[in-house]
Design a protein. Sequence first.
Length: 160
Amino acid sequence: MECQNSDRPDLAGLSNLQAFEIIGLLVDKAADEGNPALIDHALALADQLQERDLKPGQLALLDYFRANAWACRYQQRHANRPTAWDFDQPEVGQQLLLLRRAAHGSGFASLAPIRQCQILTNLGNQLDTLGRFIEARACWNAVIEIDADFWMARANRARA
């Protein structure tokens, strides 16, 4: 299941499930390799996928994958650089927007509990990074209500 890596990425012939898998793999590979071109490719594919007739749960999942791509872009752009302290942080804004939309949209309830926990944990982590500790704690508490053994949320709540 490969998607051509050309100047114009294409999801033609792929099911929605296959398209999600490709986007997720691209984001993971971009993070592992520190490759911004793969992030651009994943985000372009996400744009194409959004043009399809997706169900609310699929839209929430797409927002989660996009948020992960923006997180990867943030890590790549700010690794060991003074730009981490810049006031304007478009990657952070995109992550926050996408994670909030995923967590509060109509499709959130239809997602698997593990995915709900991942979305809310990432949202809480991002809010914590921005100094919004009360909102972050509410996200982590919601995760623990879904799955009391989701240790990333428990640990982040304890640390904060």
